[in-house]
Ligand binder design. Structure first.
Ligand code: SF4
Length: 670
């Protein structure tokens, strides 16, 4: 039996792989110590044996030797760089890549290619929560406490998260507390909740302001905590005064008595948590929305105290680690800012290059995709662990931009929708065929051990990077342990300091929490207990104001669309849409609409429905449910279609697109 972790979500459930790819849960990993796995985890072995796997590099659709493909790509990259400059080559990574790959991609882009044009699909995932956490606490570590702490709380407020479907074993940690869910849908999680607040899509920020207004008005603020551990409350107190409950009810549709119930329960709790998920974060005002929830948590005295706090429920498998090691446009390893001179000196020293040679910040994910093939934008794109034809907003526009490239290179294990457009596809290993570290939603660094050999002809993304770097005149290791050793040195002294973490320690201790700055350091499960990572050690209240969604409903597009996940599938579905039991459980895309809306539109269950937005059209089968608001329809985003409709309006701070709300027209397809 080999100890490893699930290939999918940020819970990173521990599992063992035995003979015949038999999977069993581990009991030494707290996230799923109860022995739970979801349907996706139980069937993960089938990813390895899937009949649609690629086993040879493809050059313009034809199988070729590895050296031929690597030589071709290196030649084309050199030619494009020579003609258009280093920023004509872009790199796009993924939040499912191991820490080693995320690190090596950032180094590859900035040292071997000399380009500033690197970002990753995690920008579409939790970047708003990361930005809000950094501005409040000075550091972003997702949930800055062990997941097992949740069970001891009296109340947990979960804004915009559907953990019962996205990561079912998480629910076991919520069996103790009373749970308050904020979601426009009565999701599986909302059905389990003690209280469900069902706001109009795009109004979570107003709701959070209203909750804080009530806490202040009803004298529920923890004044001693606010005085001792925070700064800036007076400004926030003033800024929420305009958000009186009746006004918030008009904006959000949530009754005042429900808001009051939620605030009183949170304030009366001995221990409580405020958590946010993508529903609150994936907005053009996502950072401010998360700030508003953090302000509420701070006013109630929760963050940085034992048994209480604020946390972001990160979604992608390595969503946390993926944002720490340098594949993000504005960051260097150790979760350092790329424009910080000291950070540049340190990282350049580890990389053996002059700090002045490192490029500055590049375009954010959507802006990068939107610039592809334009006069000023990149001419070549190297894509690792991502399928933007399905997962990017306004996806038809993104497909057009990708089509305008001179060179598209992808690393994938199957012919995903994006790989199908590539000039070169490198067939790469799956999780159990390679070793590497992942950092789960708690900030716990975990080790995936190689359990089986990959199919003949398949190599790791690290081999692709090393092969290309070598051809461009740079010596990059491909061995994950060697890369991790360098990552540790590059991270030393940064917020995400991994320098005391080794593969051996992770294996012996079932994971190590960062920051861990020396081999003898125990790791830091709760980093804010004594002080926050701000210059004065205090958390910062940030005044924010509600504003409407970037696109409101109107006569032409009278219904809100919101998107999300279903239990059986993960992200773009490139993996899970190939697993027979998962396809059987959830075979096709659908549109969920309220019975009243369905009647008004003459739609019955099973009708094919056409959904149109200003960006495109999509068809799916109608499901009718009173779990959704009358003014809103829901579509899962695992299939081509949902993201043809979504709005690429960006958050000004995190550059997160507004996935969670746009205006659509819904019609029965004739
Ligand atoms: Fe656990 Fe997430 Fe894997 Fe399901 S998908 S088994 S919840 S890690």
């Amino acid at each position: 039996m080999t100890k490893t972790h699930c290939p999918y979500c940020a819970l990173q459930c521990g599992m063992e792989i035995g003979p015949g790819l038999a999977i069993s849960p581990r009991t030494d990993i707290p996230a799923n110590a109860s022995g739970a796995l979801c349907q996706k985890g139980w069937t993960a072995g089938e990813l390895l044996t899937n009949g649609t796997r690629l086993t040879a590099p493809l050059l313009h659709g034809q199988p070729v030797e590895w050296d031929v493909a690597l030589d071709y790509v290196a030649y084309r990259l050199s030619a494009i760089r020579a003609e258009h400059g280093p920023d004509a080559v872009a790199v796009f990574g993924g939040g499912g890549l191991t820490n080693e790959k995320a690190y090596q991609l950032g180094k590859f882009a900035r040292v071997a290619l000399g380009t500033s044009q690197i970002d990753y699909n995690g920008r579409f995932c939790m970047s708003s929560a990361a930005a809000a956490s950094i501005r409040a606490f000075g550091m972003d570590r997702g949930m800055p406490f062990p997941i097992t702490d949740l069970a001891g709380a009296d109340v947990v407020l979960l804004a915009g998260g559907n953990v019962a479907e996205t990561m079912p074993p998480f629910v076991r940690h919520l069996s103790g507390p009373r749970v308050i869910v904020i979601d426009p849908r009565r999701t599986q999680t909302a059905k389990l909740a003690w209280l469900h607040l069902q706001p109009t899509p795009g109004t979570d920020l107003a709701l959070a302001l209203g909750l804080l207004h009530l806490a202040i008005a009803d004298e529920l603020v923890d004044e001693a905590y606010v005085a001792a551990r925070t700064t800036g409350f007076d400004e926030v107190r003033t800024s929420v005064s305009a958000w009186w409950p009746e006004r918030v009810e008009r904006v959000t549709g949530v009754p005042v008595y429900r808001m009051r119930q939620a605030v009183r329960a949170l304030a009366a709790a001995g221990n409580a948590y405020v958590l946010t998920g993508r529903g609150a974060e994936q907005h053009a005002k996502g950072t401010d929305t998360v700030s508003a929830f953090i302000n509420l948590a701070l006013a109630l005295g929760l963050p940085g105290t034992f048994g209480s706090g604020y946390g972001c429920v990160t979604g992608q498998g390595n969503g946390q680690g993926g944002r720490e090691h340098g594949q993000k446009a504005d960051q260097l390893p150790g979760y350092r800012k790329i424009d910080d001179p000291a950070a540049r000196e340190h990282v350049a020293g580890v990389w053996g290059v002059p700090a002045a040679s490192l490029p500055g910040p590049g375009r954010s994910a959507y802006e990068l995709l939107d610039a592809l093939g334009t006069q000023e934008g990149p001419r070549a794109l190297l894509l690792f662990g991502s399928n933007p034809i399905i997962s990017a907003p306004a996806s038809e526009r993104v497909a057009e931009r990708i089509g305008a490239l001179d060179l598209l290179v992808t690393c994938d294990f199957v012919m995903s929708e994006t790989a199908a457009l590539a000039d070169v596809v490198f067939p790469v290993t799956q999780w159990a065929e390679e070793s590497g570290t992942m950092t789960n939603l708690e900030g716990r660094v975990l080790l995936r051990r190689r359990a089986v050999d990959p199919p003949e002809g398949v190599r790791s993304d690290l081999d692709v990077i090393a092969g290309l770097a070598g051809r461009l005149g740079h010596d990059f290791p491909a061995d994950p342990a060697e890369v991790f050793d360098e990552l540790r040195r590059a991270s030393a002294g940064g917020p995400a300091d991994y320098s005391g973490i080794t593969y051996e320690r992770i294996a012996d201790e079932s994971g190590v929490f960062w920051p861990c700055p020396s081999p003898g350091h125990p790791g830091t499960p709760r980093p804010f207990l004594d002080s926050f990572a701000t210059p004065d050690g205090r958390a910062r209240f940030v005044p924010v104001q509600h504003r409407p969604a970037a696109e409101e409903t109107d006569e032409d597009y009278p219904v809100y669309l919101t998107t999300g996940r279903v239990l059986a599938h993960y992200q773009s579905g490139a993996q899970t849409r190939r697993i027979a039991p998962l396809v059987k459980a959830a075979p096709e895309p659908y549109v969920e609409l309220h019975p009243d809306l369905a009647e008004q539109l003459g739609i019955v269950v099973g009708d094919v429905v056409r959904v149109s937005s200003r960006r495109g059209q999509s068809k799916a089968v109608a499901r009718i449910s009173d779990a959704i608001r009358r003014d809103t329809v829901f579509m899962p985003f695992h299939w081509e279609g949902a993201n043809r409709l979504t709005n690429p309006a960006l958050d000004p701070t995190s550059r997160m697109p507004e996935f969670k709300v746009c205006a659509v027209r819904v019609e029965r397809d004739s």
